[in-house]
Design a protein around this ligand. Structure first.
Ligand code: GRF
Length: 193
């Protein structure tokens, strides 16, 4: 196994919009010697995202982009990524859809985590929809991002059982715990570790 030091790890930006619990788990992972990535930049479309606090705690640069004008936001975002020599992007609860043009610039280098067993339940409100359909299992998926929502090539999935008295809230909590383990594992897989 090749060990990467802080200097030769893959420079990664994590994009968030909210709580940032996956961001936290990715930062913790990136600090391990065995991690192929370092988290060098945090991007948010939401200035009130709670996850931005992890930037302060772990002293990682963060930048906010207003996506009301997506074209301008993405143009400035690409400049920021270039300035910071970012090579890979991890979407972690980022609630904006990136344009085809943006994705092309980072082709094969954008990952996303989604709280369902894709291709089932793309989009929002996944847990309630799974419960409404009386699914026995749900889970989470890490996948490459392409221009269609939650549709890129699947890297890894974790399946979990839905209990008899499950609610959308309890299911979300259970799956989130698994997400925090799955994202680092998927990154290892991407880099053939
Ligand atoms: C996670 O469930 C993730 O799968 C989805 O949005 C949620 C983000 O949670 N895309 P957090 O902000 O990482 O806590």
């Amino acid at each position: 196994m090749v060990l990467l030091t802080g200097h030769n790890k893959i420079k990664t930006a994590v994009f968030i919009s909210g709580t940032g619990s996956n961001l936290k788990s990715l930062i913790k992972f990136s600090k391990k010697k065995v991690s192929p990535i370092s988290v060098d930049l945090i991007i948010s479309n939401n200035p009130k995202a709670i996850g931005l606090n992890y930037g302060k705690i772990y002293k990682i640069k963060n930048k906010i982009f207003n996506f009301k004008n997506k074209k301008i936001a993405e143009k400035n975002l690409l400049l920021e990524l270039k300035k910071n020599k970012i090579e890979m992007i991890c979407l972690a609860g980022f609630m904006r859809i990136l344009s085809k043009n943006f994705i092309k610039k980072f082709k094969g280098k954008i990952l996303n985590i989604h709280p369902s067993l894709l291709p089932k339940y793309k989009g929002l409100n996944t847990h309630q929809r799974a419960l409404n359909n009386k699914e026995k299992y749900s889970g989470c998926t890490v996948h490459f991002v392409n221009s269609k929502l939650d549709s890129g090539k699947i890297i890894l999935q974790k399946k979990i059982k839905i209990n008899k008295y499950e609610t959308a809230n309890s299911l979300s909590k259970k799956i989130l715990v698994q997400e925090h383990k799955l994202y680092p594992k998927a990154i290892f897989k991407v880099f053939n570790f």
